[in-house]
Design a binder for this molecule. Structure first.
Ligand SMILES: CC(C)(COP(=O)(O)OP(=O)(O)OC[C@H]1O[C@@H](n2cnc3c(N)ncnc32)[C@H](O)[C@@H]1OP(=O)(O)O)[C@@H](O)C(=O)NCCC(=O)NCCS
Length: 202
């Protein structure tokens, strides 16, 4: 089942990044990377065609309090986001009944791709969610065309879990892979449901 999660003022730190809640002053930085074509599209949402759109989504981030802003220590600039989202199909994925988890989603400004920044941010979040909050599992997905995101998840220890058809907020449907990471501090053996989409192997 989905764990409750709010950032609630939490600040995490990695070598090059600060992870903190979004605030209204982040609008310029957010719009700067969210308006670039080919960034959001990799994650299933259309790039922002107006600052108003970014303002609306930023307000949602602030209200929902589950998406970290990724701040580059060097410059203080917000260069991406990392959300601790609810995983979907909760009623169908019965293997997670009685266990607590969430789904991770992320986006990085195109100007900063290829420097290992997202694996660094994801690792910091995993350390917190497994080491401090004591979650049992995390999921994270990518569309088949997104080998960049697949690599981030591989580098962070996620394992292929299910092959699924996923809907985007652009009204399209894409095939992709949902990955799974089980808290290594725990001795969990899930009894998996729905073998027709399952690809997990230890
Ligand atoms: C996916 C994403 C977060 C990766 O972040 P990152 O910090 O660049 O990750 P890494 O530096 O570890 O690079 C990951 C892979 O991207 C590829 N890559 C590196 N630089 C790249 C570039 N400039 N352009 C395209 N791909 C690049 C490489 O294959 C790399 O894997 P490797 O380390 O095995 O060579 C980033 O590409 C992004 O924001 N993409 C758009 C949004 C998105 O896809 N979100 C995830 C949705 S599931």
């Amino acid at each position: 089942m989905n764990a409750d999660f709010k950032i609630d003022g939490l600040v995490l730190e990695s070598e090059r990044l600060i992870l903190r809640p979004f605030c209204s002053e982040d609008l310029e930085d957010f719009y700067e990377y969210a308006s670039v074509e080919g960034v959001g599209e990799m994650a299933g949402w259309r790039h922002h065609e107006s600052k108003e759109k970014s303002k609306e989504i930023l307000q949602m981030f602030i209200d929902e309090d589950k998406v970290f802003a990724l701040v580059l220590k060097d410059s203080g600039k917000v260069i991406g986001s990392l959300g601790i989202e609810k995983y979907g199909l909760e009623d169908k994925l019965t293997e997670f009944d009685g266990y607590l988890g969430r789904e991770i989603g992320y986006v990085l400004s195109k100007a900063y791709w290829g420097k290992g920044l997202m694996p660094e941010a994801v690792s910091a979040v995993i350390d917190y969610l497994f080491g401090v909050i004591d979650l049992d599992f995390l999921t994270c997905g990518y569309f088949d065309f997104n080998s960049q995101s697949r690599r981030v998840q591989e580098k962070c220890g996620f394992k292929p879990y299910r092959r699924l058809q996923m809907e985007t907020s652009m009204g399209t449907s894409e095939t992709g892979v949902l990955n799974l990471l089980i808290n290594p501090r725990k001795d969990i053996e899930f009894i998996f449901s729905h073998p027709e989409t399952l690809i997990y192997s230890e």
